[in-house]
Write a protein that binds this ligand. Structure first.
Ligand SMILES: Cc1cc2nc3c(=O)[nH]c(=O)nc-3n(C[C@H](O)[C@H](O)[C@H](O)COP(=O)(O)O)c2cc1C
Length: 249
């Protein structure tokens, strides 16, 4: 599901990479397409909005701690009742949530592994979708017992790659694409409701189709950047008006 985005003010862009292949395709031997795509996005973004702060979180290089019983106990203990050990268990999750809170735009490189996302990316999601930090929960609340705690207005862009073809909207494998929904749904739950995805396909076949698909994905990325990023530093319209009024005839 791709909703149209309108122009946005982005101070901080969070780039998340999760491919187990560390190079970039077209640049490094056996390199990753999703790393190539996130790099393509960020390069084009910075060309138009060089003042943007970019945070890079490589979950393949540094996989977040998977959620376990001690994590759950710590997360569900109110912050003012946590032991020092519980606070330590949540420190990495706190840092990942801090990055997400700081970001206006989140760009996720998400390869398809067995129809879903790589496990370190799932671990990242489990660490940032956290009761009391990114969503509220109250059984006694009228209506829905859950509510998002992240500031509104953040945008999520998923840049995906898959070995086969036909996982896109209307394609024969659409129902098997668990990648987009497994990122979109939990992040919408914590308040990131604006979502776009772009994918490259046919990697396993290593023929003209993958080259065409990458070309088309990169063109889509450039189009999205053009749509979203300011092309030059924003100028106050009042200032332009004042300058026009005061200009010599
Ligand atoms: C462990 C693993 C599982 C994969 N599972 C699928 C799959 O279910 N469907 C598919 O189309 N491609 C699958 N692929 C192919 C990848 O999606 C494809 O190689 C993609 O380009 C990987 O992203 P990357 O280039 O950023 O590393 C799989 C690859 C690996 C390594």
């Amino acid at each position: 599901m791709n909703e149209p985005f309108s122009g946005i003010d982005v101070t901080t862009l969070l780039q998340i990479d999760s491919s187990a292949r560390f190079g970039r395709s077209g640049h490094d031997r056996h390199g990753s397409h999703t790393r190539r795509m996130t790099d393509h996005f960020v390069r084009h973004w910075l060309a138009r909005a060089p003042q943007t702060e970019v945070l890079v979180r490589d979950v393949a290089a540094t996989p977040p701690r998977p959620v376990d019983d001690r994590w759950i106990e710590a997360a569900f203990t109110p912050a003012d009742h946590r032991t020092a050990e519980m606070a330590a268990i949540l420190r990495e999750s706190d840092q990942l949530v801090d990055e997400l809170e700081r970001a206006d735009l989140i760009v996720v490189g998400a390869p398809m592994y067995n129809f879903g996302v790589p496990s370190p990316l799932k671990a990242w999601i489990d660490n940032v979708v956290r009761v009391g930090r990114t969503f509220g929960f109250d059984r006694g609340r009228p209506g829905a017992p859950y509510w998002p705690l992240l500031a509104p207005g953040k945008k999520l862009i998923v840049l995906s790659a898959r070995g086969d073809g036909g996982y896109g909207a209307g394609g024969p494998l659409e129902a098997a694409n668990l990648v987009d929904a497994s990122i979109r749904v939990p992040l919408a739950y914590v308040g990131v409701t604006d979502f776009r995805s772009i994918a490259a396909e046919w990697d396993e076949f290593a023929d003209a189709r993958v080259r065409e698909s990458l070309k088309s994905a990169e063109a889509d990325i450039e189009g999205l950047v053009t749509q979203l990023a300011p092309s030059r530093p924003r100028v106050d319209p009042q200032l332009i008006l004042a300058q026009a009024i005061h200009a010599d005839p």
